[in-house]
Design a binder for this molecule. Sequence first.
Ligand code: AHN
Ligand code: ZN
Length: 334
Amino acid sequence: MYLSNHKLLFCFFGLSLILLSSCGDESNSNKKQNTTTQTEQTKPALVSPNFIQDSAYLFVQDQVNFGPRFTNSDGHTKCGNWLVSKFTAYADKVYEQKADVKNFDGKILHIRNIIASFNPDAKKRVIVAAHWDSRPYADQDADKSKHTEPILAADDAGSGVAVMLEMARVMSVKKPEIGIDLICFDAEDLGKPQYEDSYCLGSQYWSKNPHVKNYKADYGILLDMVGGRDAKFVWESFSVKYAESTVRKVWDQAVQLGYSNYFYYYQGNGITDDHYYVNKIAGIPMIDIIHYSEQTNSSFPPHWHTLGDNMNVIDRNTLKAVGQSLLEVVYKEK
Ligand code: AHN
Ligand code: ZN
């Protein structure tokens, strides 16, 4: 009797355990389902096609494979030809703007601005731009003996152009409603701080001589060092001065897509970059998305203008955060 009671008790506990554990399973699976549903609900559906980060990464690598690409160099000519052929395959129309301009040292630079247009006849237009030339001297390198060596410029040129190439690839499959001009500015990065207006020679030229007569765009977005690991982007002050509504639009979109670890609502310094001349000379409101660092006096990332600006600093996730946010902004425009 005692034994059978024990047996009964055992059975009771055994059964309870099975019941309890199955209840637990059920509530767990309910929770899982709820979580899944919630994630699906809070993650906004994209109106734009997918920006493939591995593809963008390879576009950085492709450029770096040409070696240094500073204006007047052999790598520059080869990379320029490659860019024209890639953009010709993706865009409706490609313009090449060639000119001779003077460098701060008096030497003549053979510059080449490359413009890839989608829906060239659309009235509403948005510019996405980046410089494509690389700096001929690593004058910020910790090793002084390297200051006259040219850099590979994976980030400081390569990343912005790579984002534009991936945007072009995606837009060739499904066109946005508005007109888009992807502008690769030349000769941005040969300047010296002590010479006024010695940077951004390609954008200065384009702003005085746009690629089409009476060219107009609603706004522009400049990309500069948009591939670095853990990059932060803040509100660069010329962008805010000339195009605050565009800054807000891009940052809000990026945050909505979950990229608040890259895009910060923080007031930064003013940077004399291509957008400065497009704003001042061409009168087109243009913002600058540029890597901001708290670690350096320059506010640029530690690899800036050093031999360290190579593939090792590039992170696909940064390219994705910038590229998908821009696509989403562009595909929402009517
Ligand atoms: C200045 O240092 C004033 N402008 C730098 C713009 C730049 C160079 N962006 C990338 N490389
Ligand atoms: Zn630079």
